[in-house]
Design a protein around this ligand. Structure first.
Ligand SMILES: *Cc1c(COP(=O)(O)O)cnc(C)c1O
Length: 400
């Protein structure tokens, strides 16, 4: 079986984890800060706060923004449920805003229409790894005095106009689940340039307590204060050591993901009933990106600011008018040992959201009709060119 996503662990990673297991600190030790610093540097953020998964990272960010009962937060439906769930954890109200029909990224015109006096923030999701148009979203956020949170779980290693995702929005959330760009088993992190938000998040991930175990040990003190209701969202030292080791391979892996995407792009363009997702004008195609990466060894001839895709997912659309049923194509590929998937069932259609918030079919027609066409093909740095050809041959056969 060729899965849709898969981690890559090497001997350096294993060595880094084992060293921690033989040390004094399994959690709240020195590896946490080291990982946070390395991560912040990689994405050009001032602060990074590590937590135990991407969902906890979303919750932590929503808490730090001060979302309170009844506050509205704008969110696209074309995402994993956790992007909206984090709003509900703080008793906020998720307001679903439809996506652009070509890119399936949140539609800025629709965002503006859904802002009310109770709107406190919007969450941009860099779906599949393509960065949203942050300049436009930033203008809207500033015009209405709301926060801009990025769910960058698909976009570690992506750039928006030469700025790494993680340093563009007010806060950015990442996940280190095994299918994501780097893994720590389970893990997550929030980046921000705001020191007060960073402080709030460090307290929140530690039960709402203002000092941690190691700080108290250093000060030979037993005293601590819990100042707000927090959670135990801490990440262990062996996970952080794994994260630091994985991070060293990120740029190489982003390049490999783009190489795979370039092969898919070319082969898919020859299959009539398939459509790729469109790229926004400033986002380089996978083949452009590879070309520039190969050229940039030494000379930086072109200086026009560009965005690049992180290709967490490679999604194709089976044109609704092609007469091919997605369910049948999906089943045929699974039978052929190709672990295709579907990202995503629009969040507002889940029974929980329909029951609790009265969301229903017809609220986000673009996401709803796109959903019927979506198919995620295998995409991970360990995928060989031969595997990619196997996938596309099986896809061709399934379509026939
Ligand atoms: C993976 C993912 C999450 C959640 O991350 P976990 O680490 O699995 O909790 C949230 N949002 C998006 C868009 C994701 O892809």
């Amino acid at each position: 079986m060729i899965p849709y996503g898969r981690h890559l662990i090497d001997d350096q990673d294993i060595k880094a984890v084992v060293e921690v297991l033989q040390s004094d600190w399994l959690t709240t030790g020195p590896r946490v800060g080291e990982f946070e610093e390395a991560f912040a540097e990689t994405v050009g953020a001032r602060h990074a706060v590590a937590v135990n998964n991407g969902t906890a990272a979303l919750h932590t960010a929503i808490y730090a923004l001060g979302i309170e009962p009844g506050d509205e937060v704008i969110v696209p439906p074309m995402t994993f449920a956790a992007t909206a769930n984090c709003i509900v954890y703080q008793d906020g109200i998720p307001v679903f805003v439809d996506v652009d029909p070509e890119t399936l990224l949140i539609d800025p015109d629709q965002v503006e229409k859904k802002i009310t006096s109770r709107t406190k923030a919007m969450i941009a999701v860099d779906y599949t790894g393509q960065p949203c148009d942050y300049d436009v979203l930033r203008q809207i956020a500033e015009r209405h005095g709301i926060a801009l949170l990025s769910d960058g779980c698909h976009a570690l290693g992506a750039k928006y106009k030469d700025r790494a995702i993680g340093s563009v929005a007010d806060m950015t959330v990442f996940s280190f689940h095994p299918v994501k760009h780097i893994t720590t088993g389970e893990g997550g992190l929030v980046t921000t340039s705001d020191v007060n938000w960073a402080k709030r998040m460090r307290i929140f991930r530690n039960h709402g307590i203002t000092s941690d175990h190691r700080q108290r040990e250093r000060q030979s003190s037993w005293f601590y204060e819990m100042v707000d209701l927090g959670y135990n969202y801490r990440m262990t030292d062996f996970q952080c050591a794994l994260g630091t080791s994985q991070l060293k391979k990120l740029s190489e892996w982003i390049k490999r993901r783009n190489e795979i995407a370039a092969i898919y792009d070319k082969m898919i363009s020859e299959i009539r009933c398939l459509k790729p997702l469109c790229l926004r004008p400033d986002v380089q195609s996978a083949s452009e990106y590879i070309q520039r990466e190969n050229q940039s060894q030494g000379n930086s001839a072109s200086t026009k600011s560009k965005s690049n895709h992180a290709y967490h997912l490679y999604v194709v659309r089976i044109a609704a008018d092609s007469g091919r049923e997605r369910a049948k194509v999906f089943a045929a590929l699974r039978n052929a040992g190709i672990g295709v998937n579907v990202h995503y069932i629009p969040v507002h259609l889940h029974p929980y959201y329909q029951k609790r918030f009265g969301t229903e079919i017809g609220m986000c027609p673009v996401a709803e009709s796109a959903y019927e066409e979506l198919l995620s093909l295998p995409m991970y740095p360990g995928l060989s060119n031969e595997d990619v050809h196997t996938v596309v041959s099986a896809l061709r056969e399934a379509l026939e």
